[in-house]
Design a protein around this ligand. Sequence first.
Ligand code: IPE
Ligand code: IPE
Ligand code: MG
Length: 263
Amino acid sequence: MLADFAEVVQKGTRDEMLLASIDWERLPRHVAIIMDGNGRWAASRGQPRIAGHRAGVEAVRASVDTGARLGLGALTLYAFSTENWKRPRLEVDALMRMLRRYLRLELDEIDRQNIRFQAIGRIAGLNANVQREIARAEERTAKNTGMILSVALNYGGRAEILDATRAAVRRLMEEGKSPEALTEERIERELYTRRLPELDLLVRTSGEMRISNFLLWQAAYSEIYVTETLWPDFRRVHLLEAIVDFQRRNRRFGGLQLVANAK
Ligand code: IPE
Ligand code: IPE
Ligand code: MG
């Protein structure tokens, strides 16, 4: 896996040092990122918020590329929450336009890296043209066997749990079972993340110490890493730092014994 970085990482850099200290046997299986701070990045430069979103695309590229080279099982990016509709129409439209553009421009590269793309969230609530671009990317990469890249759009953790519970209850009723037959496994099977490994590491940029309705169910025992770096400035080195930090944590999952990360 180190070899996958040979073409992009220079000798003597911090990237190289961090890569050398990674324990390849204990990589997080699934990393999720709350991409935050685009507005503040723009404001600090006297630019409109949208300029921050535009600059954030480069951070998305860097994270996806790094995740794929590392060989992560899954990378999930929080791009638009169910609450983000409260923002000005112009900003929402710009975000949706950028998403379509990103998918159009990056699809070849995503496919080349054997990445499987999916959108998670209430996708039916998005504009038809956004849905079309998503469907195209999902179909094109459906047979890929590498990292699963999930982009959370019109996503809310509570909405996800509600939708999944409804679906699980519907199945129970079809099977003529009682409410007591409802289990965590049955709910898990209906979550958007059903095909993904356990969420090991949740990253948030821009220093904010909250979850903002992201992956509420999945984050039950995830390690949380918050960096002051604003999303548009986030690069390979920051993701590597998060992973090295993760590998120093002691996870106990409620027990007393230390559990080695991700194995
Ligand atoms: C994150 O940056 C991008 C989205 C939520 C879509 P913000 O737009 O929230 O930036 P800040 O938090 O205002 O700096
Ligand atoms: C979380 O960021 C949502 C996304 C990154 C898509 P927000 O900026 O919307 O969250 P709050 O308002 O700081 O909680
Ligand atoms: Mg924000």
